[in-house]
Design a protein around this ligand. Sequence first.
Ligand code: FES
Length: 175
Amino acid sequence: MTPQSLIVILYKKYSIFVKGGTMKTREEIVKDFPQSQDYILEILHALQDNNPYNYLTPEDISVCAQYLNLPYSYVEGVASFYSMFSLKPRGKFIIRLCDSPPCHLVGSESLLEYLKKKLGVEIGETTKDKLFTLEVTSCLGVCAVAPAIMINDEVYGNLNPEKLDKILEEKRGEL
Ligand code: FES
């Protein structure tokens, strides 16, 4: 059994999260934040970041709602409003390709086609090996190095197909 599959089993069976070598339950994760509605986005991010499938489960929503004393439907509404959150399983690496005009002008569309072909997915889909999910996003704030993508929380610019290949290989090597 690989370390990654062990993490997935722990997560699914016992709601145990593994990050930086420490194990935390959902309840412990939310307690890292003040019990105030102002922190709802941070709490949802923390719960999602610790899910090996990069999404928020009904249990995550429920624990967040109880901790902040909010209705479940309200927290679920917040989670479904923001594109950074997902309510369905995604890959280990979320590739967000910028499709705002400055990136579009310097070739983001052909990079998108390249990625779709290389990964064998359409926008919003996850590769069969559950490694990569392809999404598009608006400006990442690095137009000076367009075209740009973000993978999880890392930004990459001045891209072309060769650089993309190298980045994807690096990501595979991180496993
Ligand atoms: S338009 Fe793509 S990073 Fe700004």
